[in-house]
Design a protein around this ligand. Structure first.
Ligand SMILES: O=P(O)(O)OC[C@H]1O[C@H](OP(=O)(O)OP(=O)(O)O)[C@H](O)[C@@H]1O
Ligand code: HPA
Ligand SMILES: [Mg+2]
Length: 168
């Protein structure tokens, strides 16, 4: 359920693929990139699409969990850091490394990864205003009170006719 104060932004697989491709177009001129670091789990899907478009084959993950309880952010836990070999690429500060996540909301997740790789290029498909300063490239901005529903979290369900939902 979406609380009345929160808007819903459902994204289909088609739409997500298009948006992730648009992200790849925008990032293309910022490269070249030697490797992608994706922030699991949400970053895995756009990272696969961007890696295909930009022909990047060196893919690393940084595993961070924060929204343990649906929609409520808890303490951020780094379950797996970035491999030393990836950190050592380029000048050792992240130059030439592309960090990919599905979205930036409060920016807390992005901040932790930025501390690990300060000069990496940080890209997300979607951004909310609070986290926006943490990303270098994104495709679509939604308001802070919008909840984005990703296709991997949804399924097809029956929709009651519009008329049935109208009061009176
Ligand atoms: O900008 P923030 O407020 O830190 O929120 C953004 C992060 O929250 C979500 O991940 P989550 O921790 O829910 O884990 P998941 O990717 O495994 O779903 C999302 O995929 C981002 O990584
Ligand atoms: O709007 C969101 N949608 C899905 N996951 C999220 N994690 C933080 N914000 C969001
Ligand atoms: Mg995530």
């Amino acid at each position: 359920m979406v609380p009345p104060s929160q808007k819903a932004f459902p994204v289909s697989w088609d739409q997500f693929h298009r948006d992730a491709r648009a992200l790849a177009w925008r990032i293309h001129s910022e490269g070249p990139f030697e490797a992608i670091v994706c922030i699991t789990r949400g970053g895995l899907v756009p990272a696969a699409i961007v890696a295909r478009e930009l022909e990047i084959r060196l893919i690393e993950s940084v595993c961070i969990a924060s929204y343990h309880d649906y929609k409520n952010q808890g303490e951020l836990v780094v379950l797996k850091g970035i491999d030393e070999k990836i950190k050592a690429l380029g000048d050792g500060t992240g130059k030439g490394v592309l960090v990919v996540d599905d979205l930036v909301d409060t920016g807390k997740t992005a901040r932790i990864v930025r501390e690990m790789l300060p000069n990496a290029h940080f890209a997300t498909v979607y951004a909310k205003p609070q986290g926006r300063p943490m990303v270098d490239t994104f495709v679509t901005e939604v308001s802070q009170d919008t909840w984005i529903y990703f296709p991997w979290d949804m399924g097809l369900t029956f929709q009651p006719p519009i008329r049935e939902g109208v009061a009176g």
